[in-house]
Design a protein around this ligand. Structure first.
Ligand SMILES: [Zn+2]
Length: 379
């Protein structure tokens, strides 16, 4: 990371918001109070209401004649760190810093922090109707999708930032650390045509990736998903970028990676404000793909499973039950055995070798996975 990026990171970490990190994020009221109180430079607008009647707000900043950028966070309610990142970046853009002044003079920004307030309250991926807003870009059954689509149509941005958090279990292909930030320039059609707008988005993300190259970064594959908002906006000609908060081992509240996410947003805005080149496309193209299930929470090696009269030696891979986010119960209750067998070469945040000394009845492995001695590690 160069000295400007380090300086910006340090300034971001001075924000009061950075000390307000909680596993389930900010409440809807708390978030908008914070913005009203601390970010008076941003102009607030009411866009509409969520399915349960919570107001969805946008905030605007910049020059009327500037390049238009639309950013939104937390369309998946259980991805609160994208909102911390967005608001940290918004707060920074009010300052007198050179980057902030450049962005305010050259860009026209609308930000929608917390597009899915009902899902955020319940800590579910989906909205209160049970709809995944990110598969509702065309049919628009959810009021949240209607609001995002209408804002896009009215504002007609050329640049779109789609801000999410990913599961902590990803790693860039060939890396032994989890992905700290993941990116994607979504496709605009089934053939994955590399349009001018996509090239520009790749250049922007390549620039960001080059700046953050001390960290394990990855890109998602760009299979076309017409009902997802990123792909839809891309198909409408916008230079669309996906940003996903990743994970650094030990940073349970993802304070470090939400800071990286905020920095990524700011660097992307700076590049939009000052660039007309294409020199970083290859940096984006060379990013490794993001690998799902590269990590587990825990691997128990060389456990003896007793199955009736037989017993055999296995390894167990155990995750907290965050695999289906809509079945999520709490941060410290549910564990499940994800894989059984020879797990040589698999990675976990914690590995313990039982050397054949722990015998588990096969029918009880789920119970053992919830045993007390597992819990302190995750606290
Ligand atoms: Zn998401």
């Amino acid at each position: 990371m160069n000295s400007t990026s380090l300086e910006i990171s340090n300034l971001l970490s001075n924000s009061k918001l950075w000390r307000m990190h909680r596993p389930m994020g900010l409440g809807h009221k708390e978030l908008h109070h914070y913005i009203e109180d601390k970010l008076p430079t941003w102009h607030k607008h009411t866009l509409g209401k969520s399915y349960r009647g919570k107001k969805i707000f946008s905030y605007s900043l910049g020059s009327d004649t500037g390049k238009k950028v639309l950013m939104w966070s937390q369309m998946h309610g259980n991805e609160p760190f994208s909102t911390y990142a967005l608001v940290l970046a918004m707060e920074f853009l009010q300052t007198d810093h050179e980057l902030s002044r450049l962005v305010r003079e050259s860009l026209n920004i609308i930000a929608i922090p917390m597009l899915n307030p009902d899902g955020s309250q319940n800590f579910t991926r989906r909205n209160a109707q049970g709809i995944n807003i990110n598969r509702d870009a065309l049919r628009r059954t959810s009021p949240e999708a209607q609001i995002l689509a209408k804002t896009f149509e009215n504002f007609a941005p050329y640049y779109c930032f789609n801000l999410h958090d990913q599961e902590i279990y990803y790693a860039p292909q060939g890396e032994d650390r989890p992905t700290a930030m993941a990116f994607l320039v979504p496709s605009s059609d089934i053939r994955k045509t590399v349009t001018q707008a996509r090239m520009e988005a790749m250049d922007i993300l390549g620039y960001v990736a080059r700046e953050l190259n001390d960290y394990p970064l990855a890109k998602y594959n760009d299979s076309f998903m017409p009902t997802a908002f990123g792909d839809y906006f891309s198909s409408q000609g916008a230079a669309t970028m996906l940003f996903e908060t990743g994970y650094i081992i030990g940073d349970q509240l993802r304070r470090e990676t939400s800071l990286l996410h905020a920095l990524s947003i700011l660097l992307a805005l700076r590049h939009i404000a000052q660039s007309n080149g294409r020199e970083y496309i290859n940096v984006y193209e060379q990013l490794p793909f993001n690998q799902k299930h590269a990590f587990f929470d825990f691997i128990m090696k060389n456990v003896i499973l007793k199955n009736g009269k037989q017993s055999y030696r296995v390894d167990l891979a155990i995750n907290r039950n965050r695999l289906d986010p809509d079945r999520f119960v709490s941060f410290d209750e549910e564990y499940l055995v994800f894989d059984i067998g020879d797990l040589t070469g698999k990675q976990a945040f914690r590995v313990k070798d039982f050397e054949g000394k722990l015998i588990l009845p096969k029918e009880k492995i789920f119970m053992y996975a919830q045993a007390d001695w597992l819990l302190p590690y995750f606290d």
